[in-house]
Design a protein. Structure first.
Length: 196
């Protein structure tokens, strides 16, 4: 197994491993409950490792900067959407405290609130799915850097002069691809279940 080295290598290796906790990238399934947003934050730490250790490879850094920018944009949009979801959940909890009689009497209002929550959930899932689809495609758009098999999360060939760091970059790329492909599938399936 490849271990990341260089500045922040140990931390980046831990983050890279953490990205796959709770998922099976080979089967593209979730294996246990985990905090998805923490995983998004972890990607920034991984990209900082790459920036510090591969400064001389501008194309590689630009590729990872694009990924980082998309993740930051996604986190900001999720913050906005989740605030709306929290508001709807609080309204539902308030209705529950009023009791069954109140809920039955105001059934339409409760149904509307549940629909709002479902709509917000769909928006969140759509945003994540769309972003991950874009990120997944980015790996195919950098043929001058490397050739990949995205669905199997493997790097077929690197086209950079990386010398001893080639295995490390392959390892990072494969872990990231596995992460994006797995979540892309999971969120697509959930959207299908909700009826997009």
């Amino acid at each position: 197994m490849v271990e990341l080295t260089g500045m922040m290598g140990e931390e980046a290796q831990e983050v890279l491993n953490d990205l796959h906790i709770g998922i099976d990238a080979n089967k593209k399934i979730i294996t246990k409950t985990h905090d998805f947003e923490i995983k998004l934050l972890a990607i920034d730490m991984l990209i900082m490792h790459i920036e510090f250790n591969y400064m001389e490879h501008e194309d590689l850094n630009e590729f990872f900067k694009e990924i980082s920018d998309k993740i930051i944009e996604l986190r900001e949009e999720l913050d906005i959407l989740e605030k709306g979801e929290i508001h709807v959940i609080l309204e539902q909890k308030s209705a529950e405290k009023m009791g069954t009689g109140w809920i039955l009497k105001h059934r339409k209002k409760v149904e509307d609130e549940i629909k709002k929550e479902t709509d917000i959930e769909k928006k969140i899932l759509q945003k994540i799915h769309q972003t991950f689809k874009i990120l997944k495609e980015k790996f195919s758009q950098v043929d001058h850097l490397f050739s990949v098999d995205i669905e199997n999360a493997t790097v077929k060939e690197t086209r950079l002069e990386l010398e001893e760091a080639e295995e490390e970059i392959k390892h990072i790329l494969e872990k990231l691809m596995g992460f994006f492909v797995t979540y892309n599938k999971i969120f697509r399936m959930e959207l299908e279940r909700l009826g997009k």
